[in-house]
Design a protein around this ligand. Structure first.
Ligand code: PMP
Length: 426
């Protein structure tokens, strides 16, 4: 793959920071190395000494003095080696990407840690999206993605989706505007990037079938575009076996995948990952070097200790418990919706994630309903418009999250909501 043609001018101009390179070296070198190189402060001057963190039902995480000194210090921009290698092993076991081993045709998989997957996405967009570019995405989509993309001045092209995610036939129809032979010509307007949320979509709750992914991947090969697979709800799939990912079918090295620990370990710790072809991940790291420099060393060490204590089996066991919780919440949401909303709304049961996407019958737009009437009754839902490219376009949907509320609250909200809805329909 010739990745140079995918890069923005800003990204192509990014150069490795010589100081950051030394930090990576320092991280991998024996402790006997005497370094007068980097501008690291002396951690002996810091007020923190050690930490011990209780883990529910497990061993405490202890950060003794030497470890704490490391936790409080700058670290490499890819992420700390022990967290990265743990995650690379997990990634290989879950997705078995064809790009795992180096081969001249396929390149090599690489990973870096990001401060939540949001940082990964922002850096990827900064790397790949120029003003005026055509970018494909399934709208409605995550408002954080729209917030990151829209100011870049690109032209967002909405590919239709349903409860099974992006519709390949619609994508094919859109792409027919272009000749695939033009894709590699300089200045070509053929889209170079497609963004999608393949599991438990935010806001739709939709999960893409394997067949659809294969069709989209074939179109990516034909028109030579990259796929950004934003998959923070991958670990919240209610049914096993989990769906094959774009990464798992990436024979050409054209998939950049973002993962997140936000929904399974902690959203406040801000740990995410970018996985993809080495030349692109290396460049994402250049963007990190010039901005955040690295994800908090303390956070990475804490998470890495937890994962190493657990081992891959313990991690997956923990995930099973999290899934069990969300599955039960989803079921509560669906039975309340059946009880209260059957006559006034439509929805599809989500197979992953934490959202129910509800379409209200006979109503054009939910903005006023939510922001005025529902708030008056102390009920908060998200009006569907915010997930569209043009947020002021009328939208008859609302997004209801089933992550935080108790079963009683979930039921009560839907009861109140039906009342409000009936009132405005009268
Ligand atoms: N992508 C999607 C689809 C999301 O829903 C979210 C969080 N709401 C993110 C990315 C960002 O997640 P984080 O930065 O916490 O990993």
């Amino acid at each position: 793959m010739n990745y140079a043609r995918f890069l923005t001018a800003v990204s192509a101009a990014r150069k490795p920071s010589p100081i950051r390179v030394l930090t990576e070296l320092q991280q991998r070198s024996p402790p006997s190395l005497i370094s007068l190189a980097g501008g690291s402060p002396n951690p002996n001057t810091f007020p923190f000494q050690s930490a011990s963190i209780k883990v529910k039902g497990g061993e405490a995480l202890v950060m003794d003095e030497p470890l704490m000194k490391r936790a409080l210090q700058y670290s490499g921009s890819y992420g700390i080696p022990e967290l990265l290698s743990w995650m690379k092993d997990l990634q290989k076991s879950l997705h078995n990407p064809p790009t795992t081993g180096y081969s001249p045709e396929r390149g090599q998989m690489e990973m870096c840690v990001t401060t939540g997957s949001q940082e990964g996405l922002c850096k990827i967009f900064e790397m790949l999206v120029n003003s005026g570019d055509n970018v494909l995405l399934d709208a409605p989509t995550y408002s954080g993605t729209l917030a990151a993309l829209q100011p870049l001045g690109c032209n967002l092209i909405n590919v239709a989706s349903d409860q099974h995610g992006m519709i390949p036939a619609d994508l094919r129809k859109i792409l027919e505007r272009w000749d695939p032979a033009d894709a590699q010509k300089p200045g070509s307007s053929v889209p170079r990037v497609l963004y999608t949320i393949p599991n438990g979509g935010n806001p739709t709750g939709a999960s893409m079938t394997c067949e659809r992914k294969q069709e989209v991947y074939e179109l990516a090969r034909k028109y030579d575009f990259l796929i950004i697979e934003d998959d923070p709800y991958y670990f919240l799939q209610f049914q096993k076996p989990w769906a094959p990912t774009f990464l798992s079918m990436d024979v050409d090295s054209r998939v950049l995948r973002t993962d997140s620990f936000s929904k399974i370990l902690s959203s406040g710790l801000r740990i995410g990952f970018v996985t993809g072809p080495k030349p692109l991940v290396e460049r994402v790291v250049l963007h990190i070097q010039a901005s955040t420099m690295h994800t908090s060393t303390f956070t990475q060490l804490m998470v890495s200790q937890l994962l190493h204590n657990w081992g891959p089996g313990g991690f997956l066991k923990h995930i099973d418990g999290v899934i069990e919780f969300y599955r039960s919440q989803r079921n509560t949401m669906l039975s309340s919706a059946d009880k209260w909303l059957k006559d006034v709304a439509e929805w599809h049961p989500p197979m992953a994630g934490m959202f129910l996407w509800i379409k209200l019958k006979g109503i054009k737009d939910t903005q006023q309903l939510i922001m005025e009437r529902a708030l008056e009754k102390e009920v908060l839902l998200v009006p569907g418009g915010v997930f569209h490219i043009n947020s002021s376009d009328p939208c008859p949907y609302v997004r209801a999250a089933f992550s935080l509320s108790t079963p009683q609250q979930i039921d009560e909200v839907q009861h109140i909501f039906t009342d409000i809805f009936m009132y405005i329909m009268l």
